[in-house]
Design a protein around this ligand. Structure first.
Ligand SMILES: Nc1ncnc2c1ncn2[C@@H]1O[C@H](COP(=O)(O)OP(=O)(O)O)[C@@H](O)[C@H]1O
Ligand SMILES: [Mg+2]
Length: 213
C-alpha cells in the first residue's frame, strides 16, 4: 500500500512550493509519487473549484460551501487518491480534510464534530499517514500571496478566501494548530516563516522517516 501525505496551512504558507520540492526529493530517491490537491483534483472537482473560489459574485451559503468541498473530496478520493495508493504510490496532497475543519469549522463557525463526520464520509474514512502544517502568521502569508500575484503580472486579485479579513486567517491558523495538538503523531508543525530551502530540509527529514518506517 502507498502512503498518503497532506500539506496544510493558510494562504501563502508555502504548501504548493513545498509539495513540488517534496515530489522532486522522492523522485530522486526512486520513490513513485503523485502530486494532487483540493479543491479541483478531478474534472468534476475542477468545476466545483470554480464555484468555490472564482465565482466571488455567487453568494454561497456556509452549508453549500461545506457540501461542495465534501463533494470535491469524495470524487478526488475515489478517482485519484485511492487508486494511486492502491498502486503503491506516495500521494502528496495540497489540502485535505483538515482544511475543511479549519476553514468551515473554526473559520466559519460550523459544527466541528459534524464536519469531521462529513469528511470521514466523503473520504471513506481516509486519514493521512502524515500531515505537514506550514505555520506562519496571517500577515506574512497574505503578503506573500500579494507578491505572488504581482510577480505573475496580475493586479493582486483575491479569491473568495483571500478576500476575508486578516483576523479570519488568524482564526484558521489557530484552528490548524488546535488540530495538530489533538493529533501530534500525525501532524508535523513546520515553522514556515523561514526560507524555502530550510523549510524543505525539515520536510525531507520527516519524509525520509516516513518512507523508511
Ligand atoms: N519560505 C518562503 N519564503 C519566502 N517566500 C516563499 C516561501 N515559500 C513560498 N514563498 C512564496 O510565497 C508565495 C506563496 O507560496 P505558495 O507555495 O504558493 O503558498 P500556498 O500554496 O500555501 O498558498 C509564492 O510566491 C512563493 O514563491
Ligand atoms: Mg497553493
Amino acid at each position: 500500500m502507498g502512503l498518503f501525505v497532506t500539506f496544510e496551512g493558510i494562504e501563502g504558507s508555502g504548501k504548493t512550493t513545498q509539495i513540488r520540492k517534496a515530489a522532486d526529493y522522492l523522485k530522486e530517491r526512486g520513490v513513485p509519487c503523485v502530486v494532487t490537491g483540493e479543491p479541483g483534483g478531478t474534472p468534476v472537482g475542477g468545476e466545483l473549484r470554480k464555484i468555490l473560489l472564482d465565482k466571488t459574485a455567487l453568494a454561497l451559503s456556509g452549508r453549500t460551501e461545506l457540501l461542495l468541498f465534501a463533494a470535491d473530496r469524495a470524487q478526488h478520493v475515489e478517482d485519484v487518491i485511492a487508486p494511486a495508493m492502491g498502486g503503491g504510490e506516495v500521494v502528496l496532497c495540497d489540502r485535505f480534510s483538515d482544511a475543511t475543519v479549519a476553514y468551515q469549522g473554526y473559520g466559519r463557525g460550523q459544527d466541528v464534530g459534524f464536519i469531521q463526520a462529513l469528511c470521514a464520509f466523503a473520504s471513506r474514512s481516509l486519514v493521512p499517514d502524515m500531515t505537514f502544517l506550514f505555520d506562519i502568521s496571517a500577515d506574512a502569508g497574505l503578503s506573500r500571496v500579494m507578491d505572488r500575484a504581482r510577480r505573475a503580472g496580475n493586479v493582486p486579485r483575491e479569491d473568495r478566501f483571500e478576500r476575508e479579513r486578516l483576523n479570519f486567517h488568524e482564526i484558521i491558523r489557530d484552528g490548524y494548530l488546535a488540530l495538530a495538538r489533538e493529533e501530534p503523531d500525525r501532524f508535523r508543525v513546520i515553522d514556515a516563516s523561514r526560507d524555502i530551502g530550510t523549510v524543505h530540509h525539515d520536510v525531507c527529514i520527516h519524509l525520509k522517516g516516513l518512507i523508511e518506517r
